[in-house]
Design a protein around this ligand. Structure first.
Ligand SMILES: [Mg+2]
Length: 189
């Protein structure tokens, strides 16, 4: 009898590769914005910690903490949540962002690896069953949360919101620009 040692694949390809992929890339939930998440509800369900990506999840890419993000952290602490930032960015960026938030943080987290999420839960003293992660990117944030096997919330990137607003502004501007050009043309013809 042979000693069959079979290596466990990270994921098994079968006839339905997409369904297998979804195990890694699908978030548990999706929200339009971090700021529309009903955190009080999650607390009532038994969740005790929230892990956050920073860039495009709490603030626009590379932006400093703002009133909204500071107020959210204050609210979460008041609810009773423990909070940790989990960022792939350098310590300088993460520490300065945290200056007015005063929560725990993990820098160079190595997302989508599980280790940053596990380190965050260790810091907070919580576990897979009572910790939520919020982030904007499937290939780093959500994949990582799934690797760590924790509840994941995908949010629409903040910069994309801005882009949409810019696009809308352009659409609104268009008829006025057109009118202006028409008028201008009429004047000169
Ligand atoms: Mg991000």
């Amino acid at each position: 009898m042979g000693n069959h040692k079979t290596a466990t694949p990270h994921f098994k390809y079968n006839n339905n590769g997409l369904i297998n992929m979804s195990k890694f890339l699908f978030p548990t939930e999706y929200y339009d914005s971090t700021y529309s998440i009903d955190f009080e509800h999650y607390y009532s369900l038994g969740y005790r910690a929230v892990l956050f990506d920073i860039d495009n999840t709490l603030v626009p890419h590379n932006a400093a903490s703002d009133e909204k993000s500071i107020a959210l952290m204050k609210r979460l602490k008041e609810i009773g949540f423990k909070v940790c930032l989990v960022s792939n960015n350098k310590e300088q960026r993460v520490a300065s962002f945290n200056e007015f938030l005063q929560v725990e943080y993990i820098y160079k987290a190595g997302k989508p690896k599980a280790r940053g999420y596990l380190a965050a839960m260790e810091k907070l003293g919580t576990n897979r069953g009572n910790t939520i992660f919020v982030g904007d990117q499937l290939y780093t944030d959500i994949w990582g949360a799934n690797n760590a096997k924790i509840h994941s919330i995908l949010v629409r990137p903040i910069n994309k919101h801005e882009e949409i607003q810019i696009v809308l502004k352009r659409i609104i501007e268009k008829p006025f620009i057109w009118l202006f050009l028409m008028k201008h043309k009429m004047k000169h013809s």
